[in-house]
Design a protein around this ligand. Structure first.
Ligand code: HEC
Length: 138
């Protein structure tokens, strides 16, 4: 039974990982290793936890309530709007916008900034992986 469960997990991880390009898959693997070193019970990133990270509201860097949704919207296939500058933001969903989640440097840079905007700290490896799985699923 345990064996069957593990192989099922491996299959689903492989199916999912095939959506990330090689450069991003490498980054995901690094995040996994880091998450595992913090929590030895860690198995994989989780879309539901990612959704929670993306949609929950927090007192952000500017001292007002903010979430990832504030700028990117709830429907990731539609454009968002930067609450700070009022500029439009292209859709975050890789299905709507194939450029998304393809460039590791860009992804790292924006996760760093955007976690600061909302959580006033850097995201942990697990949080970053969870939220990337969530965005990828959209
Ligand atoms: C204050 C507005 C704002 C908030 C809040 C915000 N973002 Fe962003 N985000 C941006 C902007 C601006 C960009 C860069 C412009 C672009 O790529 O269109 C960006 C880019 C990104 C990217 C880069 C995607 C890629 O491959 O190009 C990711 C991932 C991302 N945001 C995730 C998040 C997450 C997760 C949160 C919540 C922790 C969040 N954002 C909150 C404004 C915001």
């Amino acid at each position: 039974m345990k064996k069957a469960l593990i192989s099922l997990q491996i299959i689903s991880v492989c199916l999912f990982a095939s959506e990330f390009n090689p450069q991003m898959s490498q980054y995901i693997t690094e995040l996994k290793k880091e998450a595992q070193s913090v929590d030895k019970n860690f198995i994989d990133f989780d879309i539901n936890r990612g959704e929670q990270i993306f949609t929950s509201k927090h007192i952000g860097k500017k001292g007002i309530e903010i979430s990832c949704v504030s700028c990117h919207g709830l429907n990731l296939s539609e454009k968002g709007k930067n609450t700070a500058t009022n500029k439009l933001i292209e859709p975050l969903s890789p299905q709507a916008n194939p450029q998304r989640l393809t460039d590791v440097k860009d992804v790292q840079k924006w996760l760093r900034r955007n976690f600061q905007d909302v959580y006033v700290r850097e995201g942990s490896a697990q949080e970053k992986g969870d939220v990337l799985y969530y965005i990828m699923s959209k």
